[in-house]
Design a protein around this ligand. Structure first.
Ligand code: HEM
Length: 511
């Protein structure tokens, strides 16, 4: 059906839809308040769509402005979905200290169901036994400090190749480098080598990057049927399910193929030959062979989900962090100079740029923290859902309420960060014990509580080494004599928030 037909159909049906929506929404809101308990403040809404229109294209910003008017805890109705918004460090602290367990579920999302084997992906899966076992596998095997250490050589090799690529190809010092694209290439190749053992495991036309883009986009699409179930036929007409199923099939076939290749290789090699570079597929296949020790049986489906999670959760977030860090450094040449001085003098003293020398670069770490404070890659984290009724700041929050934590607003709250809350000022993190591991509620780019990110250590190693290498090897400028302060910092909409206009920079070799 063409777009014209769809629009016409929608127009004809809209009076009926408006009546039914009005009936549904008012009845629903009445039900919530009839509990006769004090609910969080509800900003004015429209009868048909509740607060959907107030969610905005960039929800972290629109929700911040709502909470500055109505307070740090709000109740919104996104269509049929009651959603509580938490926007201050103290309210999140109370939520996690008193109700972490009750806040550990994720809402059920149809796209995640289709794209991640019935929502088996850890970021989307329901709280319960499977989630516990999966987190154990991350903590003890895939993302343990020892395991992350074992990928050191992969990271160092990939970063070194990447730096040479920037320097070579006649790019460096001549014309602007498509910096954002370079970052995607690096994070993809590290994630693929670590996960599959190869840089580019897909043969033929499509690439992992393309597949990843399609999956992220599909996970982001707002489904009308999820907000207003009886309108789900509109999603069918939009073809979302079909698109998601096609992508899920490509993804599944790809994962099957790489796992088969590894199985074949294992069958054809003797025990003493199984010493290739470490990768998640072989590690999971080893665990599957010894699943009695593991305490759970790992199915092939589980293995596929773990592999895809690593790519999905780990690539975009690290890339976005580096993109924002570089954009802020370009806008603040004095900070750029200071961090380059630290990186270069540490390398001079240590004789080498590697993960050990990077570990000593305090100001570089402060620059990364300040970037994550101002630009958390997932500004409203990942939504939660209450498993039971809870009480927060004296307000009742019913079971099955969606909960959104606005980490972006919390990171810019003058109550926690003072007058210079909006300023990029990395010094605030030098010799400051506040960090992003989830204990300091004013700074939570990796989330909080038991659903917090298990990949912090993995991400840090990549981001620190890659940024240090860029800063050590090159002087960075905007093309055509553009000045840093004119850099467009407009954000894109999405679960992860990028720079809208991709970064193009001139890289002049320093060494
Ligand atoms: C700068 C990089 C990263 C950032 C900012 C980030 C941020 C986040 C956030 C905000 C969440 C949701 C937390 C919550 O709901 O409280 C999350 C969850 C998750 N992250 Fe990360 N992440 C990053 C890198 C990684 C990496 C490298 C991996 C794996 C290799 C990873 C794996 C996961 C997983 C599996 C979850 C789901 C946890 C659960 O639901 O139990 N992340 N991450």
């Amino acid at each position: 059906m063409t777009h014209l037909h769809l629009d016409l159909l929608f127009l004809l049906l809209s009076p009926l839809l408006i009546f039914l929506l009005f009936h549904f929404t008012t009845r629903h809101q009445h039900n919530t308040s009839s509990l006769n308990r004090k609910l969080p403040p509800v900003p004015p809404s429209l009868p048909l769509i509740g607060h959907l229109h107030r969610f905005g294209r960039l929800p972290h910003r629109s929700l911040q402005s709502l909470s500055s008017k109505h307070g740090p805890i709000l109740l919104l109705h996104l269509g049929r979905i009651p959603t509580v918004i938490l926007s201050s460090a103290s309210v999140v602290q109370e939520a996690i200290h008193l109700h972490d367990l009750a806040l550990s579920n994720r809402p059920h999302l149809i796209s995640a169901d289709i794209l991640t084997y019935g929502s088996s992906s850890v970021p989307f899966t329901q709280y319960g036994e499977y989630w516990h076992q999966a987190r154990q596998i991350y903590a003890l095997h895939m993302l343990s400090v020892k395991q992350v250490d074992s990928f050191r050589q992969v990271r160092q090799e990939e970063v070194a190749l990447w730096i040479e690529r920037i320097r070579g190809d006649g790019l460096a010092g001549e014309k602007a480098v498509h910096f954002s694209k370079l970052l995607v290439d690096l994070t993809n190749s590290i994630a693929c080598r670590v996960t599959f053992g190869h840089r580019q495991p897909l043969e033929g036309g499509s690439s992992i990057g393309k597949l990843l883009e399609e999956v992220s986009e599909l996970l982001l699409i707002v489904r009308i049927g999820e907000l207003i179930p009886w309108l789900s036929w509109i999603d069918q007409l939009r073809g979302i399910d079909k698109r998601a199923k096609v992508t899920a099939d490509i993804l599944d076939q790809f994962l099957e193929r790489v796992i088969e290749q590894h199985l074949e290789k294992r069958m054809n090699s003797h025990e003493d030959e199984k010493t290739g570079a470490p990768n998640f597929i072989d590690m999971l296949l080893d665990l599957k062979e010894n699943d009695r020790e593991l305490g759970m049986s790992l199915s092939m489906k589980n293995i596929k989900v773990f592999l895809w999670d690593m790519i999905l959760a780990g690539t975009d977030t690290a890339f976005v962090t580096m993109e924002w860090a570089m954009a802020e450094l370009i806008r603040h040449p004095e900070v750029m100079k200071q961090v380059q001085q630290e990186v270069r003098s540490t390398v001079r003293t240590r004789g080498e740029l590697n993960e050990e020398s990077v570990g000593e670069m305090k100001f570089l770490k402060a620059v990364i923290s300040e970037t994550l404070r101002l630009h958390p890659p997932a500004p409203i984290l990942t939504p939660r859902e209450t498993t039971q009724e809870i009480k927060l700041l004296g307000y009742h929050i019913p079971a099955k309420t969606r909960v959104i934590i606005n980490a972006w607003a919390i990171g810019r709250d003058p109550e926690s960060w003072g007058d210079r809350a909006e300023k990029f000022w990395p010094e605030r993190f030098v010799d400051n014990p506040v960090d992003y591991k989830g204990q300091d509620f004013q700074f939570i780019p990796f989330g909080v509580g038991r659903r917090g990110c298990p990949g912090i250590n993995f991400a840090n190693r990549v981001v620190e080494l890659a940024l240090a290498s860029l800063l050590y090897n090159f002087e960075w400028q905007l093309p055509d004599g553009m000045r840093g302060e004119s850099l467009d910092m407009t954000e894109t909409a999405g679960i992860t928030v990028h720079l809208k206009n991709k970064l193009n920079l001139v890289a002049k070799p320093f060494v």
